[in-house]
Design a protein around this ligand. Structure first.
Ligand code: DX5
Ligand code: ZN
Length: 216
């Protein structure tokens, strides 16, 4: 049976003990650190910026999966490359020239991800899916951790999977928001490759075991 890659979202970590939480994720079965950057414009919340990403990078021994919830992300691509982002994901809704942005991310040596808000149809990626490394399907409205999972996500995963196969793309499907062990297996069965989980991991009694359980 296929196993998911797990990307715990450090948004739910204890920032007073960031090194401890980064090291816990390093030593767990997680594949990536998921890093949520919010600007208070694209989403109604501000999370953290470069100094915090730098602090995470200093202690990380597994790749950084950086999710930019910011307007005009082109301004910062180079900086995130320097900060060691392995996957750099921008929002479809925040990019006027998405093709150009994706090429720029890849030219900087990073994997290019495109995130879709819950209202954005997967079919809009039809003309660009072959250039994308990761399709991030938001299963909550971006901006906050701890929200409940939107059930329509399963249909979106299936649509993305069908498009990826039909177009001969190697894009991975990542799901972000409201992921728990109550839906993780069903998400993988629908076609998800990477599962992001914030509060479910960090609010659990034993985050290391929770990450293992999410992996299935
Ligand atoms: C939401 C962020 C998510 C968030 C997930 O805007 O993109 O990565 O941290 O948190 P949970 O798992 O608590 O829904
Ligand atoms: Zn995220």
């Amino acid at each position: 049976m296929k196993k998911a890659s797990i990307a715990p979202s450090l948004l739910a970590a204890d920032f007073g003990n960031l090194q401890r939480d980064v090291e816990m994720v390093n030593a767990s079965e997680a594949t990536y650190h998921h890093i949520d950057v919010m600007d208070g414009v694209f989403v109604p919340n501000i999370s953290y910026g470069m100094p915090v990403v730098k602090a995470i990078q200093k202690h990380a021994t597994i790749p950084l999966d950086v999710h930019l919830m910011i307007v005009d992300p082109d301004r910062y691509l180079e900086e995130f490359a320097k900060l060691g982002a392995h996957i750099l994901t921008v929002h479809y809704e925040a990019c006027t020239h998405l093709h150009r942005t994706i090429q720029a991310i890849k030219a900087l040596g990073m994997k290019a991800g495109v995130a879709l808000n819950p209202h954005t149809n997967v079919s809009l990626l039809e003309d660009i899916i072959q250039d994308i490394d990761v399709v991030l399907i938001m299963s909550v409205n971006p901006g906050f951790g701890g929200q409940s999972f939107i059930e329509n996500t399963y249909d979106k995963i299936k649509a993305a999977k069908a498009m990826i196969t039909r177009k001969n793309s190697s894009a991975l499907i990542e799901i972000d928001g409201g992921v728990t062990t109550a839906n993780s297996q069903k998400l993988v069965d629908a076609g998800a490759d990477i599962l992001v989980a914030g509060s479910f991991v960090f609010k659990s009694e034993d985050p290391t075991t929770t990450i293992k359980d999410l992996k299935g």
